[in-house]
Design a protein around this ligand. Structure first.
Ligand SMILES: [Zn+2]
Ligand SMILES: [Zn+2]
Length: 311
């Protein structure tokens, strides 16, 4: 996930020297994205996906279309009455490329060990442009990735495909419009990555949305803190920014998840993730930890009497 400020751009290196680009940030990031792909040694983008026609996703894409050989382009059947969108369509047309419709059920790649599927949008028309977002599920061996674009709760609720994933690119920059509680638990991610700028006009990300991912057992990572986020897999294991991640559903993951606790830094109380009292802790006092109850008690914390956490 490239750091493109307030926007999205995900570059995926695939086996056999193939690659895929999902979105490309605002137009001012066109060069950043193109330079990254060139310096990674690619002259061709095999699969190019414009999730939906908002400028923070397609702004830099004209540059990508003009700078590389392009294999297949996927876009949802949605349009925007903007110069940015028109320019992109013109660049695609000038190059003689045709657009494949991105919608649920479209398979981008289906190989023995690798599949890339579009699992949303599931409807033909939405009021909110974000819901047209192409949602992409990539499975390599045992490791699963989900890229949500800006899909909101309406689209999430329509997805019938398997959304379980180890790594999720969280929908709509961590906005409260997306990541509904039921959907978050269906995904069951270990890493929830959010593409968002420190300074933005939209109050993003939404704290309660990040908490939903954390409570589901995911570690939240944001481009505003980390810069670009790099996930690597050989189909058996997963690292994110060099850190090993226990795969979802693995014994190590459930152990890591069940051993996670919420602490109240103000009252110095320890709660389990499910404790109803943990909900009432104000955001500035709330923290998540994988320290044991014993360790926390050594640090002056006491166990909540209602949920009674223990090691
Ligand atoms: Zn966006
Ligand atoms: Zn959008």
């Amino acid at each position: 996930m490239l750091d493109v400020g307030q926007g999205d751009s995900i570059f995926i290196e695939l086996p056999d020297n193939r690659c895929m680009l999902i979105d490309s940030g605002e137009s001012e990031y066109g060069d950043t994205v193109a330079d990254y792909i060139s310096s990674a040694g690619y002259k061709k983008i095999d699969y190019l996906v414009a999730t939906h026609p908002h400028a923070d996703h397609i702004g830099g894409m004209k540059k990508a279309v003009n700078s590389f050989d392009i294999g297949k382009i996927y876009m949802p059947r949605a349009s925007a009455d903007t110069k940015t969108f028109e320019k992109l369509l013109k660049a695609i047309d000038d190059k003689g490329l045709k657009i494949n419709t991105a919608k649920a059920g479209v398979s981008i790649l289906a190989e023995d060990n690798l599949s890339i599927d579009i699992i949303a949008p599931n409807s033909d028309s939405y009021e909110e442009l974000n819901n047209y977002s192409a949602v992409i599920k990539l499975t390599y061996g045992k490791v699963k990735f989900l890229f949500m674009g800006d899909a909101e709760k309406e689209s999430e609720g329509e997805i019938t495909a398997d959304v379980s994933a180890d790594f999720v690119k969280v929908g709509h920059h961590g906005s409260k419009t997306s990541s509904g509680e039921e959907f978050v638990s269906r995904v069951g991610a270990r890493v929830a990555a959010v593409s968002v700028a420190e300074e933005n006009d939209y109050n993003l990300p939404d704290q309660a949305t990040l908490d939903r991912w954390r409570q589901s057992g995911a570690e939240v990572m944001m481009t505003k803190d980390k810069g670009s986020i790099v996930a690597e897999t050989d189909g058996e294991s997963l690292t994110v920014n060099g850190q090993g991640i226990a795969l979802s559903g693995s014994p190590a993951a459930s152990q890591a998840q069940s051993s996670r606790l919420i602490i109240n830094k103000s009252t110095k109380k320890i709660h389990t993730l499910q404790c109803p009292l943990a909900k009432d802790i104000s955001e500035k006092n709330k923290d998540y930890t994988t320290l044991t109850v014993t360790r926390l008690k050594e640090q002056g914390y006491t166990a909540c009497k209602s949920c009674n956490p223990h090691d």
